[in-house]
Design a binder for this molecule. Structure first.
Ligand code: SF4
Length: 352
């Protein structure tokens, strides 16, 4: 199969074209066509000579993802289910918030981290996505929004999969998103959300301009291990050590995600323990009420629990924000749509 140019960084394009005897500005031209102008064919690249376009078409292709299903929620959240070339399904969500249009992208088909509260984990791990498949989700969202006179303003790696378990493709995607010639999103507008793979968090911190959000979800190793098996490898102390050791610097911040689950991690003692753990870290805490679903034994916390947490954390000098549940009517939480589709397929075709 021809080499796909989608997902290639400017440096990769420059290297590819220099092997063809082309000057570096050719790579810049093609890069802009791919990511700024969302070209789907070489014919569209009208500032390239006809012969160069022909040469490109003979050797390369440009993949494009179109959703097999689109759902629009009452609150404006839009969810896309994409079927990849090998038949795997992934999903992305556009979350509108004031002027912001945040796209939440998947980085793996399935996930191997096994978080107990997550619908994606139940489907198991299938494979890593390529940078073409990751950027393809943003390209489609951008096209969808442009048709409505809007643009993608933020990207979060928070869909299916653990982004840092696919760190090389994710880093390439960040480079394309933050490049002036690509999507031109500042580092502030790109966030990688991880379950806490500490060495890769350091890599993202040092080698990209993206923001880092880490899912803590518990204040003792015993509870976190129960919820997130990754805690055996990277316990709470290692994550807190990372958050304490590095100064995110101006224009950057660390976020701690804390999903509140009824009777599991949402007690007043938990709130105080969280305050003590994070009081010397430069973090913002996102408090997220658990989104109940039919695959999970866990329940959403009672109304107002986030407020109790928020007040206690403020006493420790920690900024905490209640994150709204969005897209609840279209199952916009991680992996839920795909889980549903799998279940439907299983019923229809006996798939496991
Ligand atoms: S919460 Fe994220 S890291 Fe954990 S299993 Fe689900 S997709 Fe993977």
């Amino acid at each position: 199969m021809k080499v796909d140019l989608k997902g290639k960084t400017l440096k990769e394009l420059t290297d590819l074209f220099s092997g063809m005897g082309k000057e570096p500005y050719r790579a810049r031209q093609v890069f802009r066509w791919l990511y700024e102008k969302l070209a789907t064919s070489f014919d569209e690249m009208t500032d390239l000579s006809r012969s160069f376009r022909q040469e490109l078409a003979e050797r390369f292709r440009i993949s494009w993802l179109d959703p097999s299903e689109t759902r629009v929620s009452g609150d404006g959240t839009v969810k896309f289910l994409f079927t990849l070339e090998d038949g795997e399904g992934i999903e992305s969500v556009i979350i509108p918030d004031g002027e912001r249009r945040t796209v939440c992208v998947s980085t793996q088909a399935g996930c191997r981290m096994g978080c107990r509260f997550c619908a994606t984990a139940g489907a198991g791990f299938v494979r890593n996505l390529t940078s073409a498949e990751i950027i393809g989700q943003v390209c489609y969202a951008e096209k969808f929004l442009r048709e409505r006179g809007e643009r993608v303003t933020n990207v979060v790696f928070m869909g299916m999969g653990e982004p840092l378990d696919n760190v090389d493709e994710v880093m390439k995607s960040i480079e394309i998103l933050t490049s002036e010639l690509g999507f031109g999103l500042g580092g502030k507008r790109v966030t990688v959300s991880t379950c806490g793979l500490v060495p890769e968090m350091k890599k993202i911190f040092h080698e990209t301009r993206a923001q880092i959000a880490v899912s803590l979800n518990a204040t003792t190793d015993r509870v976190r291990e129960r919820l997130m098996p990754v805690n055996r490898k990277y316990p709470i102390a290692e994550i807190v050590d990372f958050l304490r050791s590095f100064d995110p610097g101006p224009g950057r911040k660390f976020t701690v995600e804390y999903v509140l689950i009824d009777g599991v991690n949402d007690s007043v003692e938990d709130a105080h323990r969280l305050g003590r753990l994070l009081k010397r870290c430069r973090v913002k805490v996102n408090l997220i009420p658990y989104n109940e679903n039919e695959f999970s034994p866990f329940r959403s916390p009672p109304e107002g629990r986030e407020e109790v947490f928020r007040e206690i954390l403020h006493r420790y000098g920690i900024q905490a924000i209640k994150r709204q549940r969005r897209g609840g009517d279209i199952e916009a939480a991680c992996g839920q749509l795909r889980g549903k589709i799998r279940k439907k397929l299983a019923r229809q075709y006996g798939e496991k």
